[in-house]
Design a protein. Structure first.
Length: 353
């Protein structure tokens, strides 16, 4: 333990320094009076004692700052694993705890940056390698540029385009350049339109034979109560949320399964509660806090349906950021079967008028 660790305030430590110095000086004066010691000798001893105590206290005050300086230099060189001791109970102890929190955040950001680069490189390499292989076969005469070969190349190009588009969405959301254009709208026609688009996209993809994204065997069901329910949100951003959640639910549904999109009135004016339920394997409780992380595909690595690529692991991350943009919440709710994702949007706030 350092000299000043027990103190709850630097002011208290400095006050103790003054009291001890005065006490020692007073005692030396009494000793001088009763022993006929010369005043200059008493003065010299008082100065020496005061300097020793001051040095003792100064070491206690500056040692945590020196430690922070050392750790900061290590962080500047890329080492974010270092921490300072936060045992003191005074202002410097609070500063040390805040410093450690900042260091942990920087370490997490650095780790996330490295993972992001590695994952993006991996995700981009896969469709590029597939597209390159198809084109090389056509150029070398191994395969002809028939419709089937071109469809294979198109699938890889579309996958690459989806990945780039989702990365751009995340970049805009992270940088705060996505404006929130909230308005009032009727929930039933809006959500039915989203599901209709999902059905049309699945049918079109299925006709071209492009894998699990084209699953038409899963039934999409809409449940809005009351039917005249209205909400206040950014329709475009909410479309991203619903489309990604429905797409994720479809990919993990069993053959001829059912995905239900449920909408209910929230607690506030214009607020909305959405739930997307599927009949898939569900999400283990230990994985629920990670499913909204970027590039996280969960423990169910092989969704139902042939030829699935498993997705990029970005859809739920985009859904979370879009919900956060509204000031709402998204998470996994308890469900007796399959997975249930619940979204809560606050609606019109007082600041929005």
């Amino acid at each position: 333990m350092r000299p000043l660790d027990p103190y709850r305030s630097v002011k208290a430590a400095l006050g103790a320094l003054v009291i001890v110095s005065v006490t020692i000086t007073t005692l030396l004066v009494f000793v001088a009076i009763h022993t006929d010691t010369e005043l200059r000798i008493v003065t010299i001893f008082s100065i020496i004692a005061t300097m020793l105590i001051t040095q003792f206290v100064a070491h206690g005050l500056t040692s945590p700052l020196d430690e922070m300086k050392t750790v900061a230099r290590a962080m500047a060189n890329g080492d974010y694993s270092r921490r300072v001791r936060a045992e003191r109970r005074d202002e410097l102890g609070d500063l040390a705890a805040t410093f450690n929190h900042m260091a942990a955040d920087l370490e997490a950001v650095d780790r996330h940056r490295k993972e992001l680069v590695a994952n993006v490189s991996h995700e981009l390499r896969t469709p590029i390698a597939g597209l390159r292989g198809v084109l090389e076969n056509v150029v070398d005469g191994v395969s002809k540029a028939d419709p089937e070969t071109m469809r294979t190349a198109l699938r890889q190009t579309e996958r690459l385009g989806r990945l780039v588009e989702t990365l751009l969405d995340l970049s805009r959301l992270d940088n705060g350049v996505v404006p929130l254009r909230a308005r009032r709208f009727e929930v039933w026609p809006y959500l039915s339109g989203v599901l209709r688009e999902a059905n049309m996209a699945a049918a079109a993809v299925g006709q071209n034979g492009r894998g699990a994204r084209g699953r038409t065997d899963v039934h999409l069901h809409l449940d809005v109560s009351p039917p005249e329910l209205a909400a206040y949100a950014d329709a475009e951003r909410l479309h991203q949320v619903v489309a990604n959640l429905v797409d994720n639910a479809v990919k993990h549904s069993p053959p001829h399964g059912r995905v239900t999109l449920r909408a209910r009135r929230g607690a506030g004016a214009g607020s909305l509660e959405l739930e997307v339920l599927d009949e898939g394997p569900g999400i283990p409780e230990s994985e629920r806090h990670r499913i909204f992380e970027r590039f996280n595909r969960g423990c169910v690595s092989t969704p139902h349906g042939p030829g699935s690529d498993g997705g990029t692991g970005l859809g739920l991350a985009i859904a979370r950021w879009a919900v956060d943009l509204h000031g709402g919440s998204i998470g996994v709710a308890e469900s007796a079967r399959g997975c249930r994702i619940r979204v809560t949007l606050p609606g019109r706030t007082q600041d929005q008028g």
